[in-house]
Write a protein that binds this ligand. Structure first.
Ligand code: PLP
Length: 329
């Protein structure tokens, strides 16, 4: 009872109706409450617990790293085993030209970093995003999110952001030679899990190339195996210029990252140097957990199971190569 009361008294609340569920421990698919009961968890940390709760390989990786050292330097100065291994494995696991990864602390920070990178790389100011999108809650991420109700009270936000409709090619004329980047969730989550139509992303990428805008895909929610591929864009025949990830990447620890070609990513290192400073980005403890998670996702056959489970349930989205049906159908 004491913890429940203190939670509502001392911890800042996000709503007036938080559950305040008291957690004792969590393992695999289950959370154990302080009430002595075992709960089957369908939430999975809101897409963050890729391997279930407290996966032994993730926990051991954290313990091993903790025995060596915790934090030694801000992001990007020292060469440390786990962050380096994580970035290298990401490069191996993703298609060209994705090669170089910037490690940060959360999805929203990764979105902010990716927007800064696109503006810096193209020298342009305008951003095109999507109606009903969700990209996080920092000022930058909120600026490109499509939910006006959520944004109104926090204006002014980033200027020069326009919003187009998902799956509507008629809006492509709003992507112009002034556009630094087009940012979208590969599968729109908060909008109701909307899957791109057949060749929509191919056409969108083509339009970006025509006008010299970068295509940023937010894979924070569908990434890390949730659609049966490491990243969901792999179903749609394109590769983004900048790939943003987070959530399930850490197997239960806070992390985010954005990734691109060597040429694009190196722009954050000059003019100005330290283009995106982050103290804890690439933290070795977090990187150790993320590396263990990525290795397990790649090697365990978990992604094959996704297809099998998907086929077992009529209610699941059906995504198979470019044959796509959506929840709207
Ligand atoms: C698609 C998408 N983008 C960005 C974010 C923001 O990530 P974070 O909460 O780690 O800042 C989320 C989180 O729910 C998300 O689902």
């Amino acid at each position: 009872m004491e913890m429940h009361k203190d939670f509502f008294t001392y911890q800042a609340q996000t709503t007036k109706f938080a559950a305040g569920f008291e957690v004792e421990k969590a393992e695999g698919n289950y959370i154990y409450g302080t009430d002595g009961k075992k709960y089957l968890d369908f939430v999975a940390g809101v897409s963050a617990n890729t391997l279930g709760h407290s996966h032994p390989k993730v926990v051991n990786a954290i313990k091993e790293q903790a025995d060596k050292y915790l934090h030694v330097m801000v992001y990007g100065e020292y060469a440390q085993e786990k962050p380096v291994a994580l970035c290298k494995l990401l490069a191996e696991a993703t298609p060209e030209p994705l090669e170089v990864t910037y490690l940060v602390n959360s999805g929203a920070e990764a979105i902010d970093g990716s927007l800064k990178l696109a503006k810096r790389y193209t020298g342009r100011e305008e951003i095109v995003s999507f109606k009903n999108s969700y990209h996080g809650n920092t000022h930058g991420a909120l600026s490109v999110s499509g939910n006006e109700n959520h944004k109104r009270e926090f204006r002014p936000l980033l200027p020069m952001v326009s919003f187009i409709e998902f799956n509507n090619e008629k809006d492509f004329d709003k992507i112009t030679e002034k556009t630094a980047c087009v940012i979208l969730e590969t599968i729109q989550g908060a909008a109701g899990f909307l899957v791109p139509d057949f060749d929509y992303l191919i056409k969108l990428k083509k339009r970006c190339e025509e006008v010299g805008a970068l295509l940023i895909l937010d894979e924070i929610q569908p990434g890390f195996g949730r659609t049966g591929k490491l990243f969901s864009f792999e179903h749609f025949g394109i590769v983004p210029d900048i790939l943003v990830m987070g959530k399930g990447m850490g197997g239960g620890v806070p992390v985010g990252a954005f990734m691109g070609s060597r040429k694009i990513m190196e722009t954050l290192s000059h003019s100005p140097k330290l283009g995106h400073i982050t103290t804890f980005g690439g933290n070795p403890l977090i990187a150790a957990a993320s590396y263990a998670t990525l290795k397990e996702v790649l090697e365990s056959g978990l992604m094959d199971d996704v297809d099998e489970k998907e086929n077992c349930s009529e209610n699941f989205l059906f995504i198979r190569k470019l044959k796509i049906s959506t929840v709207k159908d």
